[in-house]
Write a protein that binds this ligand. Structure first.
Ligand SMILES: [Zn+2]
Length: 240
């Protein structure tokens, strides 16, 4: 028996408040996306439309639309004779996505160095302070969450709606893999230092230093990458 699911996750709630009307299928898409991102529906997992309809207490049409929308964004995939499952991304493709992500974050930081308001800079510092506090608490999930706030704010501070949207979209797609990085030993402490460089460059209104700092922060090449792949292949079904 599956637990009944609410279509409004905490994130869905705040998002839908900012919009006048969100369709049922949009709500379901967001709820499924959240389940994929948090790993409750891991890569390779089969999507059972009937079970989801039951779980969310909705009719088939909006569920089918939500699934179609997630196939279109690449989060779900349809295979002949196997039906729909959570996309299991190959390692080379995942690497490309991370690299693109690093460049997009770099662009956001570049524009933030030109356009961030004093208030946005103060908020970046406030979030950075909370990350520092979290460092000793050995709670990677909480750290990951606050780190997400930092990056969201960085996108807003770029004041470039299109690039910010593209960055958010890709971040959501890679986040189920990305989450594992937080668990690497020493990664949390390194994050604090790297965020510090980004903030310094934004404060100094130095776009190229900000872009470099943000791109490097997201770059997983080198030793980190080898550790990351080892960890990923141990914990997830990425090769299928
Ligand atoms: Zn970060």
């Amino acid at each position: 028996m599956v637990a009944k699911e609410s279509v409004r996750s905490s994130k869905g709630n705040s998002e839908s408040e900012s919009r006048q009307k969100v369709s049922r299928s949009d709500e379901l898409r967001e709820a499924l996306e959240e389940m994929i991102i948090t790993g409750r529906l891991p890569p390779g997992a089969r999507i059972d439309e009937g079970a989801l309809v039951e779980q969310f207490q909705v009719s088939r049409t909006p569920m089918r639309e939500a699934i179609k929308a997630l196939i279109a964004t690449g989060m779900l995939e349809m295979r002949p004779r196997q039906g729909v499952s959570v996309a299991a991304i190959s390692i080379p493709k995942l690497m490309e996505m991370f690299e693109t992500m690093a460049n997009l974050e770099g662009m956001c930081a570049k524009y933030a160095a030109r356009r961030a308001t004093p208030d946005e800079i103060a908020q970046l510092l406030e979030i950075q302070g909370r990350l520092e506090e979290e460092l000793g608490s050995n709670n990677p999930d909480r750290f990951y969450e606050i780190n997400g706030e930092f990056h969201e704010l960085l996108y807003d501070a770029s004041h470039t709606e299109f690039i910010a949207d593209q960055t958010r979209m890709l971040r959501r797609r890679v986040s189920m893999y990305r989450r594992h990085v937080t668990y690497l030993p020493g990664r949390m402490a390194a994050t604090i230092g790297e965020h510090g460089k980004i903030i310094d460059a934004i404060k100094a209104k130095d776009p190229s230093a900000a872009a470099t700092a943000a791109t490097e922060h997201l770059n997983l090449l080198g030793d980190d990458m080898v550790d990351f792949i080892a960890r990923l292949t141990r914990t997830m079904d990425v090769y299928q």
